[in-house]
Ligand binder design. Sequence first.
Ligand SMILES: [Fe+2]
Length: 212
Amino acid sequence: MKFQIKPGFCFPTQFWTAELNENIKRLQNEAYLIRENDKDGVSKSNTGINGYHSKDIRDLKNLPATNHLLNQIINAVNAIHQISRQGDLLLTNFWLNISPKGSSNIPHTHSGLTYSGVFYIKVPKEMKGGRFLFYRNFNEADFISTEYMGHFKKDYQLQSYDYPINTISPKENMLVVFPAWVPHGVEINLSDEERISLSFNFKLNRNFASVK
Ligand SMILES: [Fe+2]
């Protein structure tokens, strides 16, 4: 070959994680209280057996640990935003997921918003399945990738850009934040224990007068 081939990258996507130091036991108790007071919840991306998705939580009066957590999340997401951007964000809504064995969340986005994320309140001691999944896009599953691009060479070391899906293994007290447009979902929980998480959305505070 008399020419040089140069690889490039288009649109690498950032996400952020942080380990918080919240009182997990109290958050777990408050999670069950939230479900007790909103038994029906709503049906959204949650699917499978008995997956519980609360309505948007609006009253934090009897939920001091959840209130503390949300203040930490607001600080963290604003700090992430302000690494490269001006202005503040507004927390638009937040809700609780309680995911027993057999439950999962189908791929979806939170389009129209700015940042989304999840905080893990309870993770099974022996986790089977239940990982958080980022999808490069909705159309590209493993099957389609193989169909169009062929199979990888036997000894080829896969790189991050080769994967159509990126997985995160949840841990208690772990915060994950990502741009709201990124497709994401959750694997089926195959553990006997349930997983509890709090999810949230932020949007830009479009009060331009406050942008420095
Ligand atoms: Fe989501």
